[in-house]
Structure formats: C-alpha cells, structure tokens
Design a binder for this molecule. Structure first.
Ligand code: PMP
Length: 437
C-alpha cells in the first residue's frame, strides 16, 4: 500500500487544512464503524464520514454491486439515452420519498442538487407564464454547498465574500437559533417558531409576486446542528403557500434516515415542493445526488411543448450506471437492516448519552435530534475555533472521529452504531473535553 506523503495535494484548501499540514491524519481503510489510519490504529467513525456513510463502511453488498456494474455496463450517455438501472433506481427512490414526490432528477453531489432545485423552481414559475418570480430566499447559517447557487442562498457570509454579488434577487431570513433558546434542550425547542414570520417580512420587502422559492435545511447541519422549534417548518410552509412560493428542503444531510425517519419531511410532517439529496443516497460511496420533485411541479415544467428549450439541464454523469447500482444496493441495505428508521429507536439512548456531557468543562449547550448531536463549547477569548479543533485532534488521537464547526462539535454516526459504541464515542468526547485548554 502506498501512503501518500505529498501534502501539497489540493483538495480542501481552507483553514482547517493548514492545520492539517502540520499534523496529517489519513485513513487507509475502513470497515463498518471504524477507519484504520496509516499507522494501523482503529478510529471509531462518529460522523459517518461527512454525514454520508449511513450504513457504515465497505458494506459487502454495496461494494459488490459497484464491482459487478463496473464490469457490466460502466457508462451510458446521459443525453438522448437511458439505461434501465436509472429508471429502477428512480422508482426505488420514489417508493421511499415523501408522499407526492413522484419525480427524481439525478445529479452528482449535494451542491449540484441545490443548483438543480433552484433552477427547477424558477423553471416551474416560467413554464406557468409567471416569469416575474426570480427571487430566492435562503437562511442565515444555511449551508447549501459550494457552487454559485448554493453559496448565494447559503447563509455563510465568508463563503461568498470574495465573489461579490452572485445570483441577483437573493435574500436571507434569520436562522432559528435564538441566543439562549436552545440551552440544553432535548430534541426540538418548544418555543421560538414565530421567527418564521420573518419570512413574511422579507417577502413583503420584495413583493411576494417576485419570489420563486425559499430554501432551508430542515435541520441546519454543517453550521452546528440548529434544530427548528416545534411548528417552525409548518409556518414556513403556510407562508409559502399563501404567496405561491415554492418551498425547498435541502435534505443532503437529513435525508436517508439521519433523523430516524426516511426524510426530515416525514419527521416533521411537512412536505416541501422540492427536496435535494446526496450523501446517503449511495451510502456516500459514489458521488451522486437526486432532486425529488412533486408531480404537479414536474408536470408543469417538463410536460409543456417547450420543455427542452425551457429547461436544459443535466450532467454527463447524471444517473450513471455505477452510481445507480451503488444506490440500489444502498437502498437494499437500508431496507434489510431497517436503517431508515433505526434512528428513531436509538434516539432516546443517544439523547441521554449526549446530554450526560452537560457539566463537563467548556460545554455551554448540547442539542440533539434523531442520530445527530452537537456539543457547543465556550470559545477561548480571541481564539475562536481553537478549543474545538483541539478536541477534534485529541479525539482522533484517542481513536474517534468527530467533526467541528466553529466551536461546536457535531456528531452523526453511521446508523448501524450500537449502544456500546454510542457509550464509547461519548466517553471519548468526555475525556477530550477534560483534556483541552
Ligand atoms: N447541502 C447541504 C445541506 C449539505 O450539508 C451539503 C454538504 N455538507 C451540501 C449541500 C453540499 O453537498 P456536496 O458537498 O456533496 O456538494
């Protein structure tokens, strides 16, 4: 096995990776709940890779499906051609999709799914003769990937600052995490849903008849696991309905069982018009994404006589055979092992384990929902992110992969985690919290 030692490799050249260069951490293999490092240590995966390896690593069925497909039909053109697996996979996705979402548009990543969804929203209004709807509304602290559409509607100012004004007509509503609101709340906060009325205020600023869509992550993941107060998403839905605005849920993280239901739409009982997915769609193994679209939306923009001209969109690798084979094997694995709802069963245990960290040094908040958790740390004065990054490095040294975002530790283990492994993961975090500055 060749261990790369060229640390100038260019794949994620942001701040965290400058730190990476000083102390390289690399994996060479993985199985189920564990990675193995270059020096042969086992590391418990507390984050399902990057929120994607929901069924755990190197699952034989998925690996075998990829191997077989690569020897059978490695590629088929995505333009003017099809192949049966793409239809089979789309149908399988529709079977588990929230009710009414009957069409699937394949992409290759979460960022592509987001751009695709935004284009579909605008195309839908145009196809109905309503070309004045072009505005898009995102949310502060929203993360929707790194393409131009995603950073425009995303609410992370530093991700877009060097690019100036991007899409025109984009605005952001406030996020749901009010100061103090979530203090050690278990699950969804009882209060605070009224922040949804900020959407009404922003829509009014622009004239509702110019707004095409609102996009939110039902639970904001990458910016620190921000859990919506009870009733919040229902309120967003009602405001969108009132003004004829489409509601997009970015379920790149929450899709495929993360909350203990197949999708966040199921968990919260709110059906959006469009859902973006990626990550868990192929168990994170092959790059792929899919956008789920309600039948009436699809019919409006795809069945018109001009649809090819109106909506030219798709990628060379959209629905490619190997990704579809991986996706079908992933859905089989989820089904056989009940993984799309396993989080519901484990959530109470997860919640207790996570909240047992209350009172440990530096912990100022703990949040949880499904099989996701966040432990927010008091920042070191003048050195934001330092403490959490230390925790990340120490956890890695102890044998656990955790993720940090700002001063927040985020946990999202593979859905196959056992109660014993939950204890192990939380104990690693506890020891690490006691050891950081
Ligand atoms: N949307 C959400 C909610 C995400 O969490 C992510 C990735 N973390 C993306 C979009 C972008 O996905 P990708 O990295 O596959 O482009």
């Amino acid at each position: 096995r060749v261990v790369p030692n060229d640390l100038n490799a260019f794949w994620m050249p942001f701040t965290a990776n400058r730190q990476f260069k000083q102390s390289p951490r690399m994996f060479v293999s993985a199985k189920d709940m564990h990675f193995t490092t270059t020096d042969g240590r086992k590391v418990l995966d507390g984050t399902a890779g990057l929120w994607c390896v929901n069924a755990g690593h190197c699952r034989p069925k998925i690996t075998e499906a990829i191997r077989e497909q690569a020897g059978e039909l490695d590629y088929a053109p995505a333009f003017q051609m099809g192949h049966p697996l793409a239809f089979e996979f789309a149908n399988r996705l529709v079977e588990i999709a929230p009710k009414g979402m009957e069409h699937v548009f394949f992409t290759n990543s979460g960022s592509e799914s987001v751009d695709t969804a935004l284009k579909i929203a605008i195309a839908y209004h145009r196809a109905r003769g309503d070309g004045s709807r072009f505005r898009l509304i995102g949310r502060e602290r929203g993360y929707h990937g790194v393409n131009f559409g995603g950073i425009s509607v995303g609410g992370i100012v530093t991700n877009r600052k060097m690019f100036g004004t991007l899409l025109t007509g984009v605005d952001h509503m406030p996020h749901t995490h009010l100061p103090g609101q979530n203090s050690f709340t278990k699950g969804e906060p009882e209060h605070g849903a009224d922040i949804a009325t900020e959407l009404e205020r922003i829509v009014a600023l622009h004239d509702a008849s110019t707004v095409a869509a609102v996009i939110v992550e039902p639970v904001a993941g990458s910016t620190g696991v921000l859990i919506p107060p009870k009733g919040y998403l229902q309120k967003l839905r009602a405001i969108c309905d009132k003004h004829g605005i489409l509601l997009i849920f970015d379920e790149v993280i929450t899709g495929f069982g993360r909350l203990g239901a197949p999708f966040a739409a199921d968990y919260f009982g709110v059906t959006p018009d469009i859902i973006t997915t990626a990550k868990g769609i192929t168990n994170g193994v092959i790059p792929m994404g899919a956008v789920f679209v309600k039948k009436e939306i699809h019919d409006a923009f795809m069945n018109g006589p001009e649809h090819v001209i109106e909506f030219f969109h798709g990628y060379t690798y959209s629905g490619n055979p190997i990704a579809c084979a991986a996706g079908i094997a992933t859905l089989d694995t989820y089904k056989e092992e009940g993984l799309l709802t396993r989080g519901e069963e484990l959530a109470p245990y997860w919640e207790e384990a996570l909240h047992s960290l209350k009172g440990e040094p530096h912990v100022i908040d703990i949040r949880n929902i499904g099989l996701v958790g966040a432990i927010e740390l008091e920042p070191i004065a003048g050195q934001p992110t330092k403490r959490a990054f230390q925790a990340f490095v120490k956890a890695f040294e102890r044998g656990a992969l955790i993720r940090t975002t700002g001063d927040i530790i985020a946990l999202s283990p593979p859905l196959i985690i056992t109660k014993g492994q939950i204890n192990e993961l939380i104990d690693h975090v506890r020891e690490v919290l006691r050891a950081v500055d």
